[in-house]
Design a protein. Sequence first.
Length: 284
Amino acid sequence: MAKKYEESANHEEEPEKELSKVDLREVKLCGADLCKADLSKVDLSEANLCMADLSEADLSKTSLREADLGRANLYRANLRGADLCGADLREADLNNAKLNKANLCGADLCRADLCYADLSMADLRGADLSKANMSDADLREANMQGAIMHHTNLSNANLSNANLREADMPHADLNGAILYHADLRNTNLCEANMPHTDLRWVSLFEACLAGTGVIQITVHPWTMTLTSTHVNVGCMRLRHEDVEERLDTVLADLERHEAWFEQYLALYHVAREVLKMQQEAADE
């Protein structure tokens, strides 16, 4: 009797084990309730999941290429390693979602909610994130080359070591964001909000900084980047009021070279005057 029960239990588990092999391409599940569903490794390419409830669902390593997830509820969903290339995620709720190492290349995330989402090491090349809310998101080592981020909220987001080369970010909110070692070469940051941004070791070569209140000065081999509130030199980030007292400490990394110290200090004061002029012009 025990043997028959065991066989019956094993038989019931089989469909769940085989779910990853089910072909659900182009399936129509608009508005479906899939809360906490296990859809890991399922092929949902080109599926219609608009307005579906996928909150806390397991979609890890799932193929959602070119799927319609517009206005879908993906709150706290597990999308680790998922393929969302070309997917429509406009106005989707991805708050607290796990998207690390996910492929979002060319995806449409306009007005999506990505607050506190984990996008570390995600591929966001060419993705449209215009007006998306990405405050407090984890974007460490994310590849965002060529991404479109018009008016995107990235306040307090962690973009350490992220690739933002050639990204289009006019009017983006980067207040309090961490851009430590980020690559912003040829990036359009026109009118971006960056007063408390951490810009240590950031590369801004040929980036458009018009209207940002950010000035970058290079004195080989070091770079000084100034915002309206902070100065970033090497690995140090200081408030302006602390510079006079601590710049000598910063330049200890330069082996206390007296000529470099004097050059940095002179350039710092010039840059501060330029910042003041910019702020006064903006107030007018």
